[in-house]
Design a binder for this molecule. Structure first.
Ligand code: GLC
Length: 551
């Protein structure tokens, strides 16, 4: 078992925090127009405090044409009018803090919206101009420049290049966009690009943001030669390039310059855990999302290996692990775990594959207790605490996700996990929109979500919400949980069992998860603290997790 640094300083709250992700558009709608907003979040802060989370991570809330749900940012220093105002955001940050909840905002350094003033200036300026140098503009290949400058694909389908019309109307240069065409990539070789983002960080840190989630953190730097992609060639032309580390070192100095240091949290999707850990060296990011664990199938050996690898790669750099089961890009957990293939593959998403929601929910409950018991911080995506399923039948004309549109519908996109939350009532909008309601929810909510609403689940002993509330309360009170050591226990094949705490002082705590097909006996214990489902006498049924007091 690798040693995990214990006794975090009070400032190092991120080492063991439970962080709740708010997708603002779909959380709560305070003005009744069908789109979630900051007024809605402020009116529901009590719910989040009662849930027992330590911090909120807000998806981008800046002015945006919403070509990619707000990841196409027009102005990083303001709030989208559909969500509210900067003054409201400041109030929200302060009110949350009064309830003991910190705020993490989303920073999008890889690209801006094509409506951002820099990109407008670039379009109005000629090839070779300083305005274009902040982006990746290049002439096309082919006799008339009609072919893209290289073969890089967009992550959302199609080419990563689009051609512009020059100010005189003639077909002109091409610009790079690793995501949608409305999201031109910035050139991080350019000093103004660096300076601008550091200034944006200061802007939000000065307003009380306790940390930032860094979007597409490993994709920001490109090989300036922009070569065709060659799988044999190392380094990769647009992923995980060494130059990135200097950027984050500089951000770390900035974050550390505050009396209460701000946390840097990376969205780092990399298959190689060793390369991933390089972003977490002591002078770089504080933590990064553990996508390996998220994508892992519901299988004891695979999960054990994922957990062991995670801890082993974090230990040498002294960074805490994170545990994530879902976010706004990922198929909802209860749907995923109810399928024959329980892993997550971003390329296919398993859309339309039959699912057994009762089974998926049982496993999601067990997975919740597993991830909340592991060492480090944990992320909870809104609606996970309600056990919401993926909505797989959104009508095509209501889907907004560019992944769906850029692939001609071959990729289902991510809107199925972004449907507005049900708060109360028996029909849509299920209390999502405050009265008077003037618009329907921006994505349609299914019939049959009444039983999943916050009101319906509050106080119901067997509900997902009650499980999360109880587990988060216990997690806060339990000295061995959050950051700190853990040790594996042998509970037989296809069973995960581990103890938390140092074992030297304080009460003993053990988590057991049964991924086998048959009940297994519970290890010796003095009390059952919490179980994800009914116990079978002295046995733990399949797809069930339990927290035990052992001394
Ligand atoms: C990240 C976000 C995703 C967004 C993409 C482009 O992966 O999580 O939602 O579409 O970056 O900004």
């Amino acid at each position: 078992m690798p040693a995990i640094r214990a006794n975090p300083l009070p400032n190092e709250w991120w080492r063991g925090a439970a962080i709740y992700q708010v997708y603002v558009r779909s959380f709560a709608d305070g003005n009744g127009d069908g789109v979630g907003d900051l007024a809605g979040v402020r009116s529901r802060l009590r719910h989040l405090a009662d849930l027992g989370v330590d911090a909120l991570w807000f998806n981008p809330w800046y002015p945006s044409p919403m070509a990619d749900g707000g990841y196409d940012v027009t102005d990083y220093r303001s709030i989208d009018p559909a969500f509210g105002t900067l003054a409201e955001a400041e109030k929200l940050i302060a009110e949350a803090l009064d309830l003991g909840i910190r705020t993490i905002i989303d920073i999008v350094p890889n690209h801006v919206s094509d409506t951002h003033r820099w990109f407008r200036q670039a379009l109005a300026a000629p090839p070779g101009s300083p305005e274009r140098a902040r982006f990746w503009f290049r002439p096309g290949r082919g006799e008339h420049g009609e072919l893209p400058p290289n073969d890089w694909p967009s992550q959302f389908g199609g080419s990563a290049w689009s051609r512009v019309a020059e100010p005189d109307g003639t077909p002109g240069e091409w610009y790079l966009h690793r995501f949608a065409s409305q999201q031109p990539d910035l050139n991080w070789e350019h000093p103004e690009v660096r300076a601008e983002h550091e200034d944006v960080l200061r802007f939000w840190f000065d307003r009380g943001a306790a940390g930032v989630r860094i979007d597409s953190a490993a994709e920001v730097v490109k090989d300036p030669a922009l070569p065709d992609f060659d799988p044999e060639h190392d380094p990769h032309p647009y992923l995980d390039r060494d130059e990135l580390h200097d950027i984050y070192r500089s951000w770390r100095r900035l974050a550390d310059s505050y009396p209460q240091p701000r946390a840097l949290i990376g969205e780092v999707w990399l298959p190689d855990p060793e390369r991933f850990a390089r972003y977490l060296r002591p002078d770089e990011l504080h933590t990064a999302f553990n996508f390996g664990f998220l994508a892992c199938p519901w299988d004891a050996e695979r999960l054990r290996e994922s957990i062991t690898t995670t801890l082993a790669v974090h230990a040498p750099v002294g960074a805490p692990a994170t545990w994530v089961l879902a976010n706004h890009d990922i198929t909802r957990t209860v749907t995923r775990y109810g399928r024959a293939d329980t892993g997550f593959d971003f390329a296919t998403k398993g859309h339309g594959i039959p699912t057994d929601l009762a089974l998926g929910t049982r496993r999601a409950r067990a997975a919740a207790l597993l991830s909340l018991a592991l060492p480090g911080s944990v992320y909870l995506y809104q609606g996970e605490e309600l056990g919401l399923p993926e909505v797989e039948d959104i009508p095509a004309d209501r889907i907004e996700d560019p992944m769906y549109h850029r692939t001609g519908g071959a990729d289902p996109g991510r809107d199925g996990c972004r449907v507005p939350l049900p708060w109360s009532g028996t029909v849509s909008p299920y209390g999502f929109s405050a009265e008077p309601v003037t618009g329907e929810p921006w994505l349609p909510q299914p019939d049959g979500w009444a039983g999943l609403s916050v009101a319906a689940q509050s106080g119901a002993p067997d509900s997902m919400l009650t499980l999360y509330r109880t587990a988060l309360r216990l997690r806060r009170a339990e000295p061995g949980l959050g950051d700190g050591p853990m040790s594996w226990l042998d509970a037989g094949p296809r069973v995960l069992a581990f103890a938390r705490g140092s074992g030297a002082d304080g009460p003993g705590f053990t988590c057991v998860v049964n991924l086998s097909g048959a009940p297994v006996p519970l290890p010796a214990h003095t009390a059952v603290l919490l179980a994800s489902g009914p116990l079978d006498g002295g046995a733990l049924p399949p797809d069930t997790a339990v927290w035990l007091r052992t001394t």
